[in-house]
Design a binder for this molecule. Structure first.
Ligand SMILES: Nc1nc2c(ncn2[C@@H]2O[C@H](COP(=O)(O)OP(=O)(O)OP(=O)(O)O)[C@@H](O)[C@H]2O)c(=O)[nH]1
Ligand SMILES: [Mg+2]
Ligand SMILES: [Zn+2]
Length: 314
């Protein structure tokens, strides 16, 4: 006997759950529950979806294409500020932000701090990944890594080239939805290729200027064997967390949060105020002077961004 299908009865099949692998604005590559990957278009203008979003898709038989009908509630949403001070959604449903650095290109630690601050402010875990462990880490870089470890930052060392440390990284990422972020050329796509067998993400050569070449152009999600997902993202020169998402007193700097409890004033910004426990901790060396400088820079940046878009404050 022939099975009754939705077409026979005239009713539309129920929408299917899918995950956004790559977003192109009004369309996206999504993975359906059965593993099939299809291109789907937004059903309406108001729909916004990014890499990592859970969506409901339906096949529009008339046009022979898949449509994204609905975007599911987000467990987390990572935003960045654009030049106009507005908040732009970067990725959805992350549980772990993996900030990658390497001895080359020359690490930008202020960039690292801002990513870590964004993770804290977004309520997601973060991991600092020192890649290219097969190369020499300068004593200065070692000192900075130790200072970050002292703030409670989790740090792993690995080498995508030799495979050292990759097993520990794989174990740490198990069942997480992680995103690799950082400067261009630190080895994000190389790590992805180590972690996702068969993945053919492009890997670029470092330019002599050591700036990297921005090989990866769009954030893309891959399933991790054994569970979890990993998003590779394009390298950045700069990253500003969404101004409105940063905690006003600590900006997501965990060691500042710890000391701020002992400041005399509850609304202490840790800049000029008397009896500031944060500045005292900087003076006695228990907070790194570089991290404190980074905090001050982010404060200035946040003020500038809020001035551009006063309503960015949420
Ligand atoms: N020595 C060494 N080189 C590495 C390692 N990982 C990556 N590289 C090299 O670093 C260069 C850049 O690697 P990519 O993986 O393209 O870097 P990326 O971070 O994805 O760069 P963007 O896509 O531009 O953001 C390539 O030449 C890699 O072969 C490593 O662990 N050790
Ligand atoms: Mg890349
Ligand atoms: Zn203070």
């Amino acid at each position: 006997m022939k099975k009754t299908t939705a077409a026979d009865t005239g009713s539309a099949p129920p929408p299917l759950a899918a995950q956004v692998l790559v977003s192109h604005g009004a369309s996206a590559r999504v993975r359906l529950g059965d593993g099939e990957e299809v291109l789907a278009r937004a059903a309406g203008r108001g729909l916004q979806f990014v890499c990592g979003d859970q969506v409901l898709c339906a096949r529009d038989a008339q046009h022979g294409q898949w449509q994204i009908r609905q975007v599911g509630a987000r467990r987390s949403a990572l935003y960045r500020s654009n030049a106009r001070g507005g908040a732009e959604l970067v990725a959805a449903n992350l549980t772990l932000l993996v900030v990658v650095l390497a001895p080359r290109p020359e690490p930008d630690l202020f960039l690292v701090d801002r990513y870590l601050a964004a993770a804290v402010s977004t309520g997601i875990s973060s991991l600092l990944l020192a890649n290219k462990a097969d190369q020499q880490f300068t004593p200065e870089l070692r000192t900075e890594l130790a200072a970050l470890a002292a703030t409670g930052c989790e740090i792993l060392e690995c080498s995508a080239a030799t495979g050292a440390g990759v097993a520990a990284l794989r174990a740490r990422m198990h069942a997480e939805t992680s995103m690799l972020v950082g400067q261009s050329g630190v080895g994000k796509s190389s790590l992805l290729r180590e972690l996702v067998p068969g993945c053919e993400a492009l890997v670029g050569e470092l330019l002599k200027s050591e700036e990297g070449r921005h090989t990866t152009s769009t954030a893309q999600l891959y399933a991790l064997p054994g569970g979890g997902a990993l998003i590779d993202s394009p390298g950045v020169r700069d990253f500003a967390p969404a101004a409105g998402a940063l905690d006003e007193r600590t900006l997501g700097f965990s060691e500042i949060a710890r000391h701020a409890q002992h400041c005399r004033f509850a609304d202490c910004a840790h800049l000029q105020e008397p009896a500031c426990a944060v500045r005292a901790a900087v003076a006695d060396g228990s907070i790194s002077a570089r991290r404190y400088e980074s905090y001050r820079r982010l404060r200035r940046l946040r003020a500038e961004l809020l001035e551009r878009v006063p309503y960015a404050r949420r």
